[in-house]
Write a protein that binds this ligand. Structure first.
Ligand code: S3P
Length: 418
């Protein structure tokens, strides 16, 4: 068995969420070409419709008839963010500074994820958000007026800085945001593309609402986080060679390529181009024998934060000890991804230790058959399906949650497996 052929990746989840939300507050039509249709992005779509935004859907496009900030209306019913942290956190910023009250709720997993990290900086901008037990959803967003301010963020969460930017758009004065390190910058790129008054570097954003956003055509590139499962499979399974077409290659997302360089794996970028401010290319990945172990930590972590489970599986297939550190953020995703990756890979017979902020893995391990569990976390469920390629007798519980970000994962994987 090997992986062979070319695949069109599913569109990027983070960029689709942003196109929906930014399009809904712009003036005029926004055409989202090649949007990701998955549970998480449908959650954002449903909420902007509840907020009174007119949306037209065709199989290939979503068209949003944006009417600017005057558009979001008073909504008495709950806004259900389901499993989607990006929807909840970005919406808190989008709805801060409006003259109405809104209530955001989420599913059991999202209702356990921290929200104070968004509430704090939004309060500094004049926002008024009441969290359950001072930390969780349900959250009430009260009417408020945004006052431009200087904000020092102590987390490198892209969701938090995005919420701050979306709130800051409601003041004509400049808000300055200092950031501890680089993280995915899709919101900065998209706001710039929609004509906002914004300048940014990895660690500093200046933004105001002086210029109105104008509807645009947005093409959504393939999602490198979804690609990561095939990348790892192709690198470790002998004789594999795949091309992942139209992959988003924004440098704030390509931490996994830095890992490929560390381990000495073969990859090439073809047809590199820029579309609506985002870098896109085709990724060629080839099986490489004698891979070297890797160490990742520090500022690299936000650039591969969703890839930790699949990188842990990669480490089990490399001779020597690989170290993942400074990754405590992975504990507060759709599940505790350090703990659950540890529990699953341990059950498969791997040499793995869990530390406070990471994992230490010594390979190379022949995976043993056992019953493992995704804990309803899509990134774990897809990682475990790649593990199953290495041992078909592995059984996976709660295996259907791929649909959060990648509804066709199983079909696409089977297209590549020869
Ligand atoms: C995302 C940011 C990351 C990432 C999540 C999507 C985004 O979360 O893990 O899957 O679209 O902004 P944090 O901002 O909490 O790091």
């Amino acid at each position: 068995m090997r992986l062979q052929g070319m695949l069109n990746l599913p569109p990027d989840k983070s960029i689709t969420h942003r196109a929906l939300l930014v399009g809904s507050i712009a003036l005029g039509k926004t055409r989202i070409i090649n949007p990701l249709i998955s549970e998480d992005t449908l959650t954002s779509l449903k909420i902007i419709e509840q907020l009174g935004v007119t949306v037209y859907k065709t199989p290939q496009e979503i068209i949003i008839d944006g009417k600017g900030f005057s558009n979001p209306k008073s909504v008495l019913e709950l806004l259900d963010c389901a499993n989607s942290g990006t929807t909840a956190r970005l919406l808190m910023g989008l709805l801060t500074g409006l003259p109405y009250e809104y209530t955001l709720v989420g599913d059991a997993s999202l209702s356990k994820r921290p929200m104070q990290r968004v509430q704090f900086p939004l309060s500094a901008l004049g926002g008024r958000i009441i969290l359950t037990n001072d930390e969780y959803l349900p959250a009430r967003i009260l009417p408020a007026e945004v006052i431009a301010s200087k904000i020092n963020l102590n987390t490198s969460s892209a969701q938090v800085k995005s919420a701050v930017m979306l709130a800051a758009l409601k003041s004509n004065e400049e808000t300055v945001v200092n950031l501890p390190s680089s993280s995915r910058n899709h919101t900065e790129l998209m706001l710039e593309y929609f004509g906002a008054d914004i300048t940014y570097t990895d660690k500093l954003i200046r933004i105001s609402g002086k210029y109105l956003l104008e509807g645009r055509n947005v093409y959504i590139p393939g999602d490198i986080s979804s690609a990561s499962f095939f990348i790892v499979a192709a690198v470790i399974i002998p004789d594999s060679e795949i091309i992942l077409a139209n992959c988003g290659l924004n440098p704030t997302r390509t931490g996994i390529l830095r890992v490929l360089e560390q381990i000495g794996a073969h990859y090439e970028i073809l047809n590199l181009r820029t579309l609506n401010n985002e870098l896109i290319g085709d990724l060629l990945i080839r099986y490489t024998p004698n891979l070297q172990p890797f160490t990742i930590g520090g500022d690299l972590i936000p650039l591969l934060i969703d890839e930790i489970p699949i990188l842990a599986l990669l480490a089990t297939q490399i001779e020597g000890t690989s170290i993942i550190k400074d990754a405590q953020e992975a504990r507060i995703k759709e599940s505790d991804r350090l703990k659950n990756t540890y529990l699953n890979l341990k059950k498969l017979g791997c040499h793995i230790e869990e530390s406070e902020n990471g994992l230490i893995i010594t390979g190379k391990s022949k995976l043993q058959a056992n019953l493992v569990d995704s804990f309803c976390d899509h990134r774990l469920s897809m990682m475990l399906k790649i593990a199953k390629l290495l041992n078909p007798n592995i059984e996976i519980l709660n295996a259907d949650c791929d649909k959060i970000s990648y509804p066709n994962f199983v079909e696409d994987l089977s297209k590549l497996v020869k």
